[in-house]
Ligand binder design. Structure first.
Ligand SMILES: [Zn+2]
Length: 348
């Protein structure tokens, strides 16, 4: 075989291993012989969205044809050949990269009788393709206030496809339609990857299992740090603490502290929302003795390390060690926000 996905394999090998592929090649060859005019069809129009052709929210019907097919006025350059992943020669159209305004072909002038113009040519619109990076090569920075790359002077947005929304704009001369390119931030996209691939595994029921012995937790912590170095393009010897602060993330140990403190806050302020089995889980100091103390919860006596890792001990211990301002937060969302900010910068 000199082409396709089984290049360099013998015909005998192909018959023995993938007869279906043989049948596909023969069928395709026969189809091409039957319809030779279809052999050089345009397989791709790079960047064109199907949603731009939607009847209710897309471009007007009379504008679609000239935008896709007119080589002088439309969005695309002349078709170019390329090889796909199977080594097959295909044809595609690439977007023009030197202009953003596209004006429709002029209306027909003299009609000689042989070609009667269609009414569509009188109702076409201008199209503005807003591409500040694709055409102007402009350096745009991420606008998110919590972007991890906000302090990096070399971090700019890059092109990430084109928006599927067509916006009709009313200008002083009439209507035109606007298409836009989509810009993406490398650091923010990597953070999304972390929250979709890694964080759910560390977060799920963390309060139940993550207070176990550090021997077991450290293995997960190493993986978390490795992923963080991967998404921040740091080398393997770079310290992870600044990366956690830069990305505003909590390590697996801090996630456990966060969850435990959250549970204690709910126990103290919203005990009616917890299941009844938790109502006598912790003992309050004011129920045991009458003298004033800064420690709200009573610490049970624990002799072994294993017992100290139970939430009945860890919960009161962590709560008693929190700042007074944190403990007196007026609501759960405010407590969560302040506690997370405190844990991110603290060196626990
Ligand atoms: Zn960003």
């Amino acid at each position: 075989m000199t082409f396709g996905k089984y290049t360099s394999k013998s015909f005998k090998w192909l018959v023995e291993n993938d007869v279906g592929y043989c049948k596909y090649i023969v069928d395709r060859h026969m189809k091409e012989m039957r319809h030779p005019e279809k052999r050089k069809t345009i397989n791709e129009t790079q960047g064109w969205h199907k949603s731009w052709e939607a009847e209710d929210s897309g471009l007007p019907k009379q504008d679609i044809k000239w935008l896709k097919e007119d080589e002088e006025r439309g969005l695309f350059l002349k078709p170019r050949p390329f090889s796909d992943m199977y080594g097959r020669k295909r044809w595609r159209k690439v977007l023009k990269s030197e202009k953003m305004w596209f004006h429709p072909p002029e209306m027909p002038g003299v009609v000689d009788g042989s070609t009667v113009p269609v009414a569509d040519s009188f109702f076409r619109h201008r199209v503005f393709f807003w591409r500040p990076v694709g055409v102007w090569r402009y350096s745009v920075r991420c606008t998110k206030p919590d972007c991890p790359a906000k302090d990096n002077p070399k971090a700019f947005l890059y092109r990430c496809g084109y928006g599927n929304t067509v916006r009709p704009i009313c200008d002083i001369n009439g209507w035109y339609f606007m298409l836009t390119e989509v810009l993406a931030c490398d650091a923010c996209r990597h953070l999304t990857l972390y929250y979709s691939l890694i964080f759910p595994h560390l977060n799920y029921c963390n309060i139940v299992w993550a207070s176990t012995h550090p021997t077991y937790i450290n293995k997960l912590l190493i993986i978390q740090k490795r992923f963080l170095r991967m998404i921040s393009h740091a080398n393997r010897y770079e310290p992870s603490a600044p990366l956690f602060i830069n990305y505003s993330l909590l390590s697996i140990n801090k996630i456990n502290i966060f969850k435990t403190c959250l549970f204690m806050f709910k126990f103290k302020n919203y005990i009616q929302n917890l299941p009844s089995s938790f109502h006598n889980f912790f003992c309050v100091n004011s129920n045991i003795h009458s003298y004033a103390t800064t420690k709200y919860f009573n610490l049970p006596f624990c002799r072994t390390w294993k017992h100290q890792s139970f939430i009945t001990y860890r919960g009161p211990h962590l709560w008693n060690s929190l700042n007074k301002s944190l403990k007196s937060s007026p609501s759960l969302p405010i407590f969560k926000k302040h506690l997370k900010n405190f844990l991110i910068i603290s060196s626990l």
